[in-house]
Design a protein around this ligand. Sequence first.
Ligand code: 8YV
Length: 319
Amino acid sequence: MKPVILVTRKLPDAVEDRLRRDYDPRLNPGDVLYSADELIERAGDVDAILPCHTEKFTAEVIARLPGRVRAIANFSVGYDHVDVKAARARGIIVTNTPEVLSDATAELTMMLLLGAARRASEGERLVRTGTWKDWSPGFMVGTQVTGKRLGILGFGRIGQVVAKRARGFDMEIHYHDVRRATPDLEAGAIFHPTPEAMMPHCDFLTLHCVSTPETFRLLNAVRIALLPDGAIVVNASRGAVVDDEALIGALKSGKLTAAGLDVYTNEPDIHPGYRDLPNVFLMPHIASATKETRDAMGFRALDNLDAVFAGREPRDRVA
Ligand code: 8YV
């Protein structure tokens, strides 16, 4: 008997083909978003769940999962949507998909950084709406990226790839992480022992830390005030890391020149204040959305499930 897997969202064809080959999958061809109750009901006779970040495994949901569920193999690197303590307490294995999405996420980070600096939203809107009427030397002047200082908050796999890409723009890399990286990973990047120490060195600040109670609203009014006037902020990690009111306030006052965001608190019902700001470049949580990466994320989640059902330790176990 093949293990039964509840797959909560429509996954890439190649991933679903492998699921059908090796498992008895309960697929979601219509890509319907399941409520917590539906999730629990559908988990009734399954051996594992393969969810996305859109399914919230709170302590309450985990407590209600049937005993047969052995693993939650996430199709995501972030796992803040899973109460890992509750999963651990019930002996449910939790895995994620690191590494395979670092390049795609770093690409989108650079797009956010460039888009925010060079006023991509404003420019695109002008051209698209037919409101572009003239040109002058002062028209749509933005912020140059080349040679500027980039602060990376969270120097893990994604942060490190962002540093590499940013070096292509001759940026001076600063970073803060809970641990200092080895010299080969640093590759000349300047370590700061606290976020506060790094802030004054950031012409650009990009967030790549995990979302935990410790990083909740890490970028708040106090830390924004420590950034140089006119700095630009980028976030492709999790919305919870940013205090929306503080960021919107700083974008309105001119303390910050611009921001590029891919992630938000309460997606897709984001803080309405962002929508009216001309100086934000907004994307709908698509940093890992390339064909190559979405396939690789699915295969990595399946590698983890394969290990669970072969009685081996899954490579990406987080609980
Ligand atoms: C995904 C992400 O789009 O992996 C993550 O943590 O935020 C994105 O890459 C999403 O989480 C898929 O479930």
